[in-house]
Write a protein that binds this ligand. Structure first.
Ligand code: ATP
Ligand code: MG
Length: 645
């Protein structure tokens, strides 16, 4: 392999394949490049591809790393190196060994939407109103408790106020429901893997033997549980390389702990620490700005960061009267540069702090007919139609996936009313049987009419048929789903629900998109299966919708939050909404210094995404709840400019 595209420090990091290595370096210094070259180097020295594990943060980053590796070592590898996120690594471990924890091997993974309906159900069961505790808040609480290791039966003791106390009660019931239905949420994926590794040495040993070399990108954002999982995996050989930048740690709210990156060398005695100081991404004026900004953070490793890239244009600061003009100005400029200087649209990225910001840019881009992709929005799988179909597929995969069944038992309407469903559910819970199996008793006791009972049994027989069909032809998922849509007359349901023809057409197009995406899945997967498909969807939903990947590579402007821009780079960046209340976020304005420091790191991540051109814009006023309010400039703007001016 050709290591001439690396500088001496990078080469050393790539060559040191055995023992612990920490690459601690600023943005754009080639940390991710080091990871991909190491994969190449390991293969060259004869390590089998499937014994090399590289962990990244998002599915998008994993895909990108796989691409980079392929272009480095050729794409004709028979066995692929493992490149995965923490969550997909854990799914793999649990699929093989979860049964020792009393979960079924075919456990289902809840996505965010499933979690919300579960939260709502639990709160209703314990008669807590939305006023006292919102489902979303309950989920944040549960996630917090899980990430710091507070078990359900200890949460009420740990509660800090009434809300948390109610949350504790709900947490208990939530976890019971999950266990009873053989379901896990995202946090459980990590927790249960950790529990397996901690308490079942033979399971751990098996997984330790799978990988001889492990590496982690974006190490600054791993949390305690993730660290302990990796720590357990590499304990015997300690061939672990982590790369990260303490200045880019932006997931404090998920329990990422800076002390891991800072304490790595103590955790792993004999660590080789490598620093990279040359930034290959940004021009000097962009890098100056980034350096000035991040210097305001107190708790950090002192780092030198320099670049040889001379800039052709200065960083620009735009101040516009309001958010509408801000969007118009940015979009107008992009259009102009695209038309007059032939700069491709895909060179542009618009970055922002909150999910509310892109809407106005989107409508402006649409108005001017400029193609764009909004990355990281989950709209595709969150559409009602797709959620419904996914539930059908879940029940085909697992006859007893009650959560999924409850969602679609009367969708499209088939005469099974909510009252009947509740009675069936109660009886099922009481007797420990499946819903299907309590129908005869329920009928005998007069809880159901004959007509309703027939409807449930008919649905059951349909599912049995679909399941058999799936088992006969597991690689025809798209055909099966297409047929299912017709059989349940889903399009009729759409026509009944939406009077507007345009609405009907868009909804039906969603169905078609979905079936196309299934066909794509089947095409690109060596051994397609329903279980594998549902796993991949559940994980995928955490960041991207599948066809965005293709769109993003096409010629389109990219819009994304600062969180999803991590690790990426773009020739021309607009960092918009540089205002107090947006960046720093309003939640943190009266917060602690640590909270502001994290916002500052987010701004730093944004600034350092830019390769050649950077524009920071702000609106002087902004509508809040319909009223025009002044919006003061972000303190970070002053910090970036002060010394120079
Ligand atoms: N030695 C090198 N010579 C030329 N270009 C390089 C070199 N190392 C890295 N690059 C390029 O610099 C850019 C940044 O590299 P990379 O994405 O690996 O940095 P990073 O440290 O992972 O950044 P971030 O902290 O943002 O994740 C990429 O375009 C990469 O191809
Ligand atoms: Mg990187």
């Amino acid at each position: 392999m050709d290591l001439s595209h690396l500088n001496p420090a990078q080469r050393e990091a790539v060559k040191t394949v055995n023992g612990p290595v920490l690459v601690l370096a600023g943005a754009g210094t080639g940390k991710t490049r080091v990871i991909t070259y190491r994969i190449g180097e390991l293969l060259r020295t004869g390590v089998p591809a499937d014994r090399i594990l590289s962990v990244t943060f998002t599915n998008k980053a994993a895909k990108e790393m796989l691409e980079r590796t392929k272009s480095l070592i050729g794409s004709n590898l028979k066995v692929k190196p493992w490149i995965s996120t923490f969550h997909s690594l854990c799914v793999g471990v649990l699929r093989s060994d979860i049964s020792v924890l009393g979960y079924p091997e075919k456990f289902s993974i809840m996505d965010r939407g499933d979690q919300e309906s579960m939260a709502r159900r639990v709160l209703r069961d314990i008669r807590v109103t939305e006023k006292s505790l919102r489902p979303g808040d309950l989920l944040s609480l549960i996630s917090k408790w899980k990430s710091i290791g507070i078990a359900p039966d200890r949460a009420t003791e740990a509660a800090l106020d009434d809300k948390e106390y109610l949350g504790g009660l709900a947490y208990r019931r939530y976890q019971q429901n999950l266990k009873a239905t053989g379901t896990v949420d995202f946090d459980d994926l990590l927790l249960l893997t950790e529990r397996l590794f901690l308490n079942y040495p033979e399971v751990l040993a098996k997984h330790q033997q799978r990988f001889s070399h492990v590496q982690i990108d974006e190490y600054q954002d791993t949390n305690g549980i993730q660290f302990r999982i990796i720590d357990a995996l590499v304990r015997e050989h300690q061939n672990l390389c982590v790369v990260g930048d303490d200045d880019q740690s932006i997931y404090g709210w998920r329990g990422a702990e800076l002390k891991h990156i800072l304490g790595f060398a103590q955790q792993f005695p004999g660590t080789k620490v490598i620093r990279l100081e040359e930034n290959y991404r940004c021009t000097d004026s962009i890098l100056d700005l980034a350096n000035r900004l991040v210097k305001h953070n107190r708790e950090r490793h002192q780092k030198v960061l320099r670049t040889n890239k001379k800039s052709h244009e200065d960083v620009r600061f735009l101040e516009l009267p309001d958010e509408q003009t801000e969007a118009e100005r940015v979009v107008h400029e992009i259009k102009h540069l695209n038309e007059s200087r032939r700069i491709p649209l895909k060179d542009f990225a618009i970055l922002f702090r909150t999910n509310e910001q892109p809407r106005i840019f989107e409508s402006e881009l649409r108005r001017r007919q400029i193609p764009y992709v909004l990355m990281g929005s989950q709209s595709f799988y969150d559409r009602k139609e797709i959620r419904d179909l996914l539930c059908y597929m879940k029940v085909i995969a697992r006859d007893d996936d009650e959560q999924a069944l409850l969602r679609i038992i009367n969708t499209p309407t088939r005469g099974i009313g909510i009252g009947s469903v509740e009675k069936l559910l109660k009886r099922a819970v009481r007797t420990g049987k499946k819903i299907w199996d309590v129908v005869p008793d329920s009928l005998n006791e007069g809880e159901l009419t004959q007509k309703t009972a027939d409807a449930v049994l008919h649905l059951h027989s349909q599912f049995q048929r679909w399941r058999a069909q799936y088992h006969n032809n597991p690689d025809q998922l798209d055909t099966l789903t297409h047929q299912l849509v017709k059989e349940i007359r889903y399009e009729n349901e759409i026509e009944k629900q939406y009077k507007d023809e345009l609405q009907q057409a868009t909804r039906k197009a969603v169905l078609e998109d979905y079936i196309n995406s299934l066909a794509e899945y089947v095409d690109r997967t060596a051994k397609p299966s329903l279980g594998d498909y549902l796993d991949s969807i559940a994980l995928e939903r955490r960041d991207e919708e599948p066809d965005k990947e293709a769109k993003a590579n096409a010629d389109a402007v990219k819009l994304m939050t600062l969180h999803s821009a991590k690790g990426l780079e773009f020739p021309r960046v607009y960092l918009v909404g540089m205002e107090e209340g947006l960046l720093p976020h309003k939640r943190t304005i009266d917060g602690t210094e640590a909270e502001i420091a994290e916002e500052r790191r987010l701004a730093y991540v944004g600034v350092t995404r830019a390769q050649n051109s950077l524009t920071l814009s702000r609106a002087a006023t902004r509508r809040k709840w319909g009223k025009v309010k002044p919006s003061p400039p972000s303190r970070f703007l002053f910090e970036m400019r002060r010394e120079k001016d």
